[in-house]
Write a protein that binds this ligand. Sequence first.
Ligand code: NI
Length: 251
Amino acid sequence: MQLQLSTWNEIELHLEHSKGIIIPIGSTEQHGPTGMIGTDAICPEFIAKAAGDEADLLVGPTFNVGIAQHHMAFAGSMTLRPSTMIASIVDWVNSLAHHGFTRIYFLNGHGGNIATINAAFAEVYAQNSLGGTGESGPETQNVKCMLRSWWELGGVMDFCKKAYPKGHGSHATPSEVALTFFAYPGHITNAPLEPKIAPNGGFTDAADYRKNFPDGRIGSDPSLATVEDGGKLVALARAGLVADFGKFALS
Ligand code: NI
């Protein structure tokens, strides 16, 4: 069940038996010469919709621009400042809490978002602890937020270790690229990758990132990505999400 495709009457009815919602959260940033710019938003969104269809879970709109300043030297990337993202997440949570949602599960697709999402949760809880004297009033009382990245869900990491013993890397990985190829098979891109496995290392700002990783990849060989693997990853993550969200909703 998707919030975006529902009427207000349907959501009011849904709230009578469930106070939980899944929010896919990702990023809009380059993913190397073969990866879609929306990869980090597409992965959690596709998994959440699959789990939502399977187990009648409510899935909200995708928060699809995140912390990506380090990708801004590549065309098409978009970023929020951490302060903007924290304020936006707090407003999303407060809006949902205002209607009675108390279990808000963020399914994340971008490692660079994690610190900022946790900071936003701290902001929500600070408002509660301050007795509703925060900017948004008392709506968030009793709200619990949860953050889970899709690759942490049951079996996903084990699959990646076996399928990609070399060249998984940490950005534009074959697993995330495979998942998008499965989701959007009409948008598969082939392009030469040189070197085959990208370099590893650190970075600071956008210029430093592009200097260290000229084609955008970090440590990865996304030519290993296949539609078939993408389907297996979706199946693992979908089952993991149904179980994980089920536990959270009852917490
Ligand atoms: Ni990514």
